[in-house]
Design a binder for this molecule. Structure first.
Ligand code: AP5
Ligand code: MG
Length: 192
């Protein structure tokens, strides 16, 4: 099985690259951000609760997020692995993910981090905010808060996976196609 974790700051291209990866490697895409947004759209209890945090650019509390992800991780026999996008974002989430996978006799194969300078992240997200209805893309302050939260609470996970020799970094400050090629090549080398 190939279990990939696509990682990096808000706007680095996790969702964009996930679309290519799921097709190329037959992976089950699990994006906690997408699952939350679906719940917000459908006004479920989970969505109403999560929206309070997401609209401010804060993390949704671990107990809510971990419980939600766990329920989505049923054995997916038709897939060759999972692609985790936007999860884990805290050490507690990373440890829970290890536990979930262990119960399925699985583990994370690689964490691929997409590195993009802050000015570029802000410009991409403000641009998307003009046409998307994502509340957290609507102003620079919230975008900067998302980046701050990433630096303070999430970026430490690079060390967590580095210590397990699973951390791979790529420069994401280039075209979508170029980033895609770099990620595919990392995975293809890993699989050889
Ligand atoms: P989430 O949905 O995960 O959002 P995010 O991490 O803030 O990042 P985005 O999805 O906005 O960016 P991305 O890296 O996917 O880039 P994308 O491909 O879209 O989380 C949202 C919120 O939900 C969090 O703030 C939190 O509140 C909550 N949440 C989610 N998971 C959680 C968790 N585990 N724990 C607690 N809370 C959680 O690209 C961005 C834009 O750039 C697009 O317009 C795209 O077209 C463009 N673009 C992409 N690549 C390139 C390129 N190479 N060149 C130019 N433009 C590009
Ligand atoms: Mg995304």
């Amino acid at each position: 099985m190939l279990n990939i974790l696509i990682f990096g700051p808000p706007g680095c291209g996790k969702g964009t690259q996930s679309e290519f990866l799921v097709n190329q490697y037959n992976l089950k895409h699990l994006s906690t951000g997408d699952i939350f947004r679906e719940n917000i759209k459908n006004k479920t209890d989970l969505g109403v609760e999560a929206k309070k945090y997401i609209d401010q650019g804060q993390l949704v509390p671990d107990f809510i997020t971990i419980d939600m992800l766990g329920k989505k991780m049923k054995n997916k026999n038709e897939f060759s692995g999972f692609l985790f996008d936007g999860f884990p974002r805290t050490k507690k989430q990373a440890e829970s993910l290890d536990d979930f996978l262990l119960k399925m006799n699985q583990e994370i194969s690689m964490m691929i981090c997409i590195d993009v300078p802050e000015e570029e992240l802000v410009s991409r997200l403000l641009k998307r905010g003009e046409s998307s209805n994502r509340a957290d893309d609507q102003n620079k302050e919230i975008i900067l808060n998302r980046i701050k939260v990433y630096k303070e609470q999430t970026e430490i996970l690079k060390d967590y996976y580095q210590q397990k020799n699973k951390f791979f970094n790529i420069n994401g400050d280039s075209t979508i196609n170029d980033v895609k090629r770099k990620i595919f090549s990392l995975i293809d080398i890993y699989q050889k």
